[in-house]
Design a binder for this molecule. Structure first.
Ligand code: ADP
Ligand code: MG
Ligand code: MG
Ligand code: MG
Length: 671
C-alpha cells in the first residue's frame, strides 16, 4: 500500500540540480522497459476503477460537518486487513479491495482487490465491490465519521472549525491563507510536492473560479473573507496585488485541487498498439464525460459558475514560471508551455492509419534531445513526441536515497515524470520488465458520483465503450484543439444540457456500415486493419520534429465533425444516422451471448447514463445547486454556510444508505 517513508526529499533548490539526471535516467529506464515489453501480448481484458473518498466527521452538537484528518489511522487498519486477506483465502473475499493514501489527509482511495476480468457477468461485480469497499471503510471509522464521495468539499478552506482536529491556516509548505499544512498527507512526498510547486513557480498557486451571481451576490464580487495579511512578506497580497480576481472564488493552495475526489478507470490492452488506439479513441470523450459526470459546483463556501473540478486542479498544481507561462521573455527557462502539468492531453499517439497528421494540430512542446535519444533507439515518431513532451517538466520530488538506482531494474525516474503529468488520459507501460501486468490506459476525467450505483454505472459504461471501440474499429478523431475547446466548455454551469461539443460525424470506417468487425468475445477483440484505408500508413514518420511544431500540414478536416449536444453524442441522432455512444454499446452487447439476467442488470446502468445525458435526471452538480438554493438558510448571495454544508453532507450520506429518495437525481433506481 506504500505507506512507508521513502526517504529524505530534496528542497527545490537542490532538486532542480538533479532534474536532468532524473530525466536522463528516466529515459534510459523507459527504453529498457520498452525493449523488454514492447512485444508483450495479453489475451484478456483486465480493468479496474479507483474511487476516492473524503472522510467527514460530524459535530452533532453544533450541527457541523468537518473533514476528519484521521485517515492515516484508518488506512493502517485497512492495510492490516489487506495483509491478512493476502494470507487467508476466506478473508480474501471479504476484503477484496486495495487502499491507497491520497493528497488530502482526509482522503482515501480504494480499488478492487484484483482487477475485474473481461466477461459480461464480471460487470455485475463492480457495484458490489464498490459497496464492499465503502462498508469496509466504515468499519474503521468512529460512529460520527462517514466516507463520502463528493468531488469538491463545499467548505474546504473556510474560516472557522472545519477540520477535526482543528488547525489554523498557514504552514511552510503551502503558505495558504485558508488551509493549514496539516490538511496535506503527512508522507514527505506530499508536503514536498506542494512546496516545490510553489518554489518552482516563484509564487503561490492562484486558483480563480468564476462566482455564480445570484440575486443578492454583490457585483462586482470582492470576497470579504480573503485575509489581507501574509505570513511571508514575499507572498503577494491577494486582493491588492491581483492574485484574487474580482467576481471569482480565489484559492491559494494545491489542496483545493488535489484535495478533490475523482473516478478513474484503467484498462489493460492486448498489446502496446491496442493501448495506443484506446488512448486516442477515448481522449475526445474526456470532456464529454467530465460534463456528464459534473459534480463540483461549490468551492470555499461559495456557489461557483462552473460545474466541475478539472480547471481547479490544473491551476492548483501549475508549477510553470512566469517565463513558461508567457508573461516574461524566456531567459532562465527553456520553453513557453501552454498548459499546466494537469491538463488535457496534447497529442494523439496511435499509429493507426485513421490518425491523420491534421488531428495533432496544437503545437507540441517537446525536449529535442530526448526525442532524438528515443528515435535513435527505435521509438517511432508519435510515441517519441509523447514521451519527450512529458519530459519537458521537471521532477518535483526527488528522494536522496533514490537518486542512483539500477536503470535495468528500476522505473522510478521514469515514473517520477510520468506520474506528475496528470492528463485526461494516461498511457501506462507495464510497471516493470518482469511484471505480469501489460500495457494499460487510464481514463481520468470523470468526477466522483454520490453513490456506488452511479460510480459503477459510469465505470461500466466507459469499459463497454472501449470494447465497442475495438469491436467496431470506431474513429472518434477530431483535431485535438477541438478537444481542448470542449474541455473549456465542459466546465460551464449545466454544460451537459446547455452546451454543444465538437464530435466526429462519421464514426465508422467508411467501408463498414457499423456492424461488428467480428463476433469477438468480450475479452479481447483482435485489431483488424483489413478494411481501413491504407494510404496514410507511414505518415507518422514523415513530419518534422521541430520543438513547438504541430504535425498538421494544413489539410482542412472541418467537415468531419460538428457541434453536438451531449444527448446526441450519448443517445444518438437518428435523423443524422449518428448512433451515439449508447447505440454503439448496445450494438456491441447484441453481438455477445449474454444471459438475460446479466443483460438486464447492465441495462440498468446504461439507463442512468441515458437519462443523465437527455436531462431526465440531474447531474450531481445541478442537484447540489438546487439543494443549496432551496435551503431555508440560503440568502441568494452565493454563500454556502456551515449549516447548509452540514445538511448537504447529511443528505448525501442518507442518499447513499438508501434512506431518502431523490428522484430528480436517481429516478427510481435503487442504490
Ligand atoms: P494509479 O493510481 O497509478 O492510477 P492504481 O494502482 O491506484 O493506479 O489503480 C489502478 C487500477 O488498475 C486499479 O483499479 C486496478 O484494479 C487496476 N489494475 C490492476 N492491474 C491491472 C491490469 N493488469 N490491467 C488493468 N487494470 C489493472
Ligand atoms: Mg491510484
Ligand atoms: Mg487517486
Ligand atoms: Mg489513477
Amino acid at each position: 500500500m506504500g505507506l512507508l517513508s521513502l526517504g529524505t526529499p530534496m528542497h527545490w533548490d537542490e532538486a532542480k540540480k538533479y532534474a536532468d539526471h532524473v530525466r536522463t535516467h528516466g529515459i534510459i529506464q523507459f527504453l529498457n522497459l520498452w525493449e523488454a515489453t514492447k512485444d508483450s501480448q495479453k489475451d484478456c481484458l483486465l480493468w479496474g476503477d479507483e474511487i476516492e473518498y473524503m472522510v467527514v466527521s460530524y459535530d452533532e452538537e453544533n450541527k457541523k460537518a468537518k473533514l476528519s484528518l484521521r485517515v492515516w489511522e484508518i488506512l493502517q487498519e485497512l492495510a492490516k486487513e489487506e495483509e491478512e486477506a493476502a494470507k487467508d483465502p476466506a478473508k480474501k473475499l471479504l476484503v477484496n479491495s486495495s487502499w491507497h493514501p491520497e493528497y488530502g489527509r482526509y482522503m482515501l482511495e480504494g480499488t478492487p482487490g484484483e482487477p475485474y476480468m473481461g466477461l459480461p457477468r464480471d460487470l455485475l461485480e463492480v457495484e458490489r465491490n464498490m459497496k464492499l469497499r465503502r462498508e469496509l471503510a466504515y468499519k474503521f471509522m468512529k460512529p460520527n465519521e462517514v466516507p463520502i464521495t463528493l468531488t469538491s468539499y463545499p467548505r474546504l478552506g473556510c474560516a472557522g472549525e472545519g477540520l477535526e482536529p482543528h488547525h489554523d491556516p498557514h504552514g511552510p509548505a503551502a503558505r495558504s491563507l485558508f488551509v493549514p499544512d496539516d490538511i496535506i498527507n503527512a508522507h514527505a512526498r506530499f508536503p514536498t510536492l506542494t512546496a516545490n510547486i510553489r518554489r518552482r513557480r516563484g509564487a503561490k498557486v492562484a486558483i480563480n473560479m468564476p462566482i455564480f451571481h445570484d440575486k443578492n451576490t454583490p457585483k462586482p464580487f470582492i470576497d470579504p473573507t480573503i485575509p489581507t495579511y501574509n505570513d511571508y512578506p514575499e507572498d503577494k497580497n491577494a486582493i491588492e496585488e491581483g492574485a484574487a480576481l474580482p467576481d471569482h472564488i480565489y484559492m491559494d493552495a494545491m489542496a483545493f485541487g488535489m484535495g478533490c475526489c475523482c473516478l478513474q478507470i484503467t484498462f489493460q490492452a492486448v498489446n502496446v498498439e491496442e493501448a495506443r488506439k484506446i488512448y486516442d479513441q477515448m481522449a475526445p470523450l474526456g470532456p464529454i464525460m467530465l460534463a456528464l459526470t459534473a459534480a463540483a459546483p461549490i468551492y470555499r463556501g461559495y456557489l461557483s459558475d462552473v460545474d466541475c473540478r478539472w480547471n481547479v486542479i490544473a491551476q492548483s498544481v501549475d508549477d510553470r514560471t512566469e517565463e513558461e507561462r508567457g508573461l516574461k521573455p524566456l531567459k532562465n527557462n527553456k520553453y513557453r508551455i501552454p498548459k499546466s502539468r494537469y491538463d488535457s492531453i496534447d497529442s494523439y499517439i496511435s499509429n493507426d492509419p485513421s490518425n491523420k497528421p491534421e488531428y495533432n494540430d496544437i503545437p507540441l512542446v517537446f525536449d529535442e534531445d530526448i526525442y532524438k535519444k528515443l528515435s535513435d533507439n527505435g521509438i517511432d515518431n508519435l510515441l517519441a513526441r509523447h514521451i519527450s513532451h512529458l519530459f519537458i517538466r521537471d521532477p518535483l520530488v526527488i528522494f536522496h536515497e533514490l537518486l542512483n538506482v539500477d536503470d535495468n531494474e528500476s522505473t522510478d525516474h521514469f515514473e517520477n515524470l510520468q506520474s506528475t503529468n496528470w492528463q485526461t488520459m494516461r498511457f501506462k507501460p507495464p510497471p516493470s520488465k518482469t511484471s505480469p501486468i501489460g500495457w494499460r490506459v487510464e481514463f481520468r476525467s470523470m468526477e466522483i458520483q454520490l453513490t456506488d450505483f452511479e460510480n459503477a454505472a459510469f465505470a461500466i459504461f466507459i469499459v463497454l465503450v472501449t470494447r465497442a471501440v475495438l469491436s467496431f474499429n470506431t474513429n472518434f478523431y477530431i483535431p485535438i484543439s477541438k478537444v481542448d475547446e470542449n474541455m473549456k466548455v465542459a466546465h460551464h454551469r449545466n454544460a451537459v444540457l446547455d452546451e454543444k461539443f465538437y464530435f466526429r460525424k462519421q464514426i465508422f470506417p467508411q467501408s463498414r456500415p457499423g456492424t461488428p468487425a467480428a463476433g469477438t468475445p468480450f475479452g479481447s477483440p483482435k485489431l483488424s486493419h483489413a478494411t481501413l484505408p491504407r494510404s496514410t500508413a507511414t505518415h507518422s514518420n514523415t513530419h518534422s520534429n521541430t520543438s513547438g511544431a504541430s504535425l498538421a500540414p494544413g489539410l482542412d478536416r472541418s467537415d468531419e465533425y460538428e457541434l453536438m449536444t451531449i444527448n446526441e453524442i450519448i443517445n444518438g441522432a437518428p435523423s443524422k444516422g449518428f448512433p451515439g455512444l449508447l447505440g454503439l454499446v448496445n450494438n456491441y452487447l447484441n453481438t455477445l451471448n449474454i444471459d438475460i439476467e446479466t443483460r438486464c442488470e447492465i441495462s440498468k446502468y446504461l439507463e442512468l447514463i441515458k437519462k443523465r445525458a437527455n436531462g431526465t435526471l440531474m447531474t450531481a452538480a445541478s442537484w447540489m445547486r438546487q439543494f443549496v438554493q432551496n435551503h431555508p438558510d440560503y440568502k441568494q448571495d452565493s454563500v454556502v454556510s456551515d449549516k447548509i454544508n452540514y445538511d448537504l453532507v447529511k443528505m448525501v450520506e442518507k442518499i447513499n444508505k438508501g434512506e431518502v429518495q431523490v428522484p430528480e437525481l436517481l429516478g427510481t433506481f435503487s442504490v
